[in-house]
Structures are given as C-alpha cells and as structure tokens.
Design a protein around this ligand. Sequence first.
Ligand code: 2RA
Length: 331
Amino acid sequence: QKMKVAVVGATGLVGSKMLQVLEERNFPVSELIPVASEKSVGKQVMFKGKPYAVVGMEAGIAAKPALALFSAGGSTSLEWAPKFAAAGIKVIDNSSAWRMDPTKKLVVPEVNAAVLTKDDFIIANPNCSTIQMVVALQPLHKAFTIKRIVVSTYQSVTGTGKKAVDQLMNERKGVQGEMAYKYPIDLNVIPQIDVFLENGYTKEEMKMVNETKKIMQDDNIRVTATTVRIPVIGGHSESVNIEFEKEFELPNIIDLLNNAPGVVVQQDDAAQLYPMPLWAHEKDEVFVGRIRRDETQPKTLNMWVVSDNLRKGAATNAVQIAEYLLANHLL
Ligand code: 2RA
C-alpha cells in the first residue's frame, strides 16, 4: 500500500540522493513531503517527474506522513525527530544524534535488521564508513569471530557535503571559492574528519569504533581507526586488517564474501582487478578486493572495501531499512 513519505533535509546531498533512491527502487510513495529549514521553504524538488514545494518542519508533521527520512544534521534531528515520532511518524535518521542512544536501534539490514520492532519510531542510520565495513565483515565474523580491526579510510568529499565538492572542483579549476576544509583538498589528503576528541581520535574515527560493536552486537570486537579525507567523489575506500579468533583458509574467505548479501568481490591480481571509487560511484553494493593473508601474524587478513557513501553509505541503507519495515509489517 502506498504511503506519504517525508524527506527532511531534501535539498542536501543525502536528501536528494534519498529522493533518487526512493524513485529508483519504486518505494510505494503516494505523496512526497520534502521538508527543510526555513531558508529552503518554497524551493521545489523533483520526484517521479513531478515538482514538490519544500515545506517547514511543522507543515511536514501536519501532512501526516507514515515515514520520515531525515538527513538534516544532528541538532535538527535531536529537536524534530521526537516530534515526528510523537505524531506516529516512523523516523529513519542519517545523523549521528541517536546512533549510540541505548534505546534506539542502529541498523544495517544485511547485518542486524532483526533488532527492529514495531515500537521503534526513531531508527538510526549508521555512519557511511561504518556501514560499508560491517557489510563486508559480517559474514567473516559469523564464521571466524573477529578479535580486532585496524581500519584506515580514504573518504570522498561528498561525505562532507556540497560545499566540499565545490571546494574540490574550484581548486581543480584554479578558482578560489568558499572553503569547506581548513586546507586545500586538491592534490592533498586531510587526516581529520570531524572534530578531535580528548583521546586524540576524531569523532569520525570513534564512530567507526563504537558503531561497529553496536551493529554487530559484539562488544568484544576491538576497533582502531584512522579516517582521512581525499580528493575523490565516487565513494569511500577502506583498508581493513582483521584478526580472527579462528584460523581461516583464503578460498573460504573469498567464497563467504562472494555469497554475502550486498557484497561484490573484485579480486584478480593478474587482471589488476580491485574495487575503486571510479567504479563504485552510483552503485549500491559494497565492493571487496585485495583480499590477502596478513603474513606477519596468524589468523589475520587484509582487504580493501569500497562503496558509494551517498548510496549504501546513507540513502540506500535508509531506504532498505524502510523496505524491511514495510515487508515485516512494522510500518
Ligand atoms: C563524512 N562520514 O564522510 C562522514 C559524514 N558523512 O564526512
């Protein structure tokens, strides 16, 4: 049955990607309610070939959608997600506001959709760099029990938003425009994503540490992360080193990944085949390659994981959660 769906933050990079994915996956939308901050009210967004006027938060609630997909920042979500939920509207939120709240579910459908119940009215979409990693790790954790993860990321500027893409494109053209970052990003890498914390890690790094344990439902998994911004737009890449409790055989690892939901293995050294953002852009899968034993210690594996951070890292994962709710009569 079709339903009214609100997209809160409809004019942002993730918001517009959610519109695109809702349309591509033919989610049963009877009417779209694009919601944004006052400054965007009145703007128009296109959905299924029809223009829709952007409305404010109150009007978004008054329209009584069944579902609201949020990508409007943490403070807006903290203030408005509870108001949408109180009106009986199911919220799937892309911000970090609710992810580590013990009363809220943090969901990657391929990993832990089963935690969802009819009582969940604010559901958190994990951080993009966490989503792609746990999709690849889940089948391996089930088979060999992960002890420790060392991950370094190479993250697309689209993760920051439109201003960062504009900064990169301006720099490539030799144009001085508004800066999204403290430093130039073209011909550079910036080893800082989000703010620094007391322990010397950034918020982005601690998101990977904490969210991974919650999604995979195993506090024994030790994670250490270094997250880096690079001048790329197609998606996030990650170098992942995993130490398991149990010994593995490489062909078994590759077989498990080949059969894992949402994963595509790209592994053929002779053909120089491996995942790249160039190929992952605008796709929904998590691409895994460079799969090889860490020869410095037993029960340890290296692999390379690439995915489009605006899609599986955000919009597609959120819509897949909505599809799961619908299929299981939770919406
Ligand atoms: C980033 N993962 O890439 C964060 C938020 N999208 O900036």
